[in-house]
Design a binder for this molecule. Structure first.
Ligand SMILES: [Zn+2]
Length: 277
């Protein structure tokens, strides 16, 4: 088999606690959603899908802390990546009001009709499918990650953090997965590789989870730590028959679980409180 070696650098945009990069306070979940909660999940999934589809990948900022943009682009340049994909979520004015919404893609100034523009259109063609969102198109901008990268570079904004509906989409694991698939398909088309969904299923998916906590361990109706979303409590030795997913909530993991009736809840993934069986 002919071995190919296309290296895709993947960028999760910001650190988890980078100031400002979050939604306004959302009263229905009792929290703001950080941009990186979305970006990081998409990057994680996209990375698996691209590897399954035959690409090599480089995560330019796998650390939890914020990695400066110059370090991100230097890492990609030094590795000789063939393409740079920067995953973001848009913001308009930081308030929920009559804000714009929808999907936008960016390439560097003057690159709309070059390879970067073609790659962006290839990704955009898939991004506008699935969840119904306004498609704002491919635009040019003088962003650091587009300017300072020596390979073709595309920055995507899969929605607006300060648009009420799109803000809530950020924590939906199905939406995160859809966005990752759409990016992966667009990249595969551009490089003429057949798309393959990740063959790797995370170790915890499908397994039972039990409380090991002496006391009552809370679980939630939504991915939040807010008291108003507490759906109930489990005693030590009790739990849920099936883990569906793992999500980051304010920087800490929760498992999305199902009970025997197929209803979904969220519970801490901390090994101090639970064990996966
Ligand atoms: Zn961003």
């Amino acid at each position: 088999m002919k071995s190919i070696s296309i290296l895709i650098a993947i960028d999760d945009g910001h650190g988890m606690n980078t100031p400002g990069k979050r939604t306004p306070y959302i009263s229905s979940i009792g929290a703001s959603i950080k941009e990186n909660e979305f970006n990081r999940e998409v990057v994680h999934r996209l990375n698996n899908m691209l590897k399954a589809s035959g690409f090599q990948t480089l995560l330019v900022a796998p650390e939890e802390k914020d990695i400066p943009l110059s370090v991100r682009t230097n890492r990609a340049n030094q590795a000789g990546a063939d393409a740079y994909i920067s995953i973001h979520y848009n913001a308009y004015n930081g308030h929920f009001s009559d804000n714009p919404n929808g999907i936008e893609l960016y390439v560097y100034r003057g690159h709309l009709n070059k390879d970067a523009g073609r790659l962006a259109h290839s990704i955009g063609r898939y991004l506008k499918q699935g969840t119904k969102q306004y498609y704002r198109g491919v635009k040019e901008a003088d962003f650091h990650v587009l300017r300072e990268t020596s390979m073709i570079a595309v920055l995507t904004e899969s929605g607006f953090m300060d648009h009420p509906k799109e803000a809530l989409l950020m924590r939906e694991t199905e939406f995160q997965n859809e966005v990752a698939v759409e990016h992966a398909k667009g990249i595969c088309d551009f490089f003429n590789l057949p798309f393959k969904a990740s063959s790797k299923r995370p170790w915890y998916v499908g397994r039972r989870i039990e409380s090991i906590y002496e006391g009552e361990l809370r679980f939630y109706s939504q991915p939040t730590w807010g008291n108003e979303a507490i759906a109930g409590y489990v005693q030590k030795g009790y739990g849920f028959p099936r883990i569906v997913d793992r999500v980051k909530v304010e920087g800490y993991n929760q498992y999305k679980v199902e009970n025997s009736k197929g209803l979904s809840f969220y519970i801490t993934a901390s090994e101090t409180y639970v064990k996966v069986i």
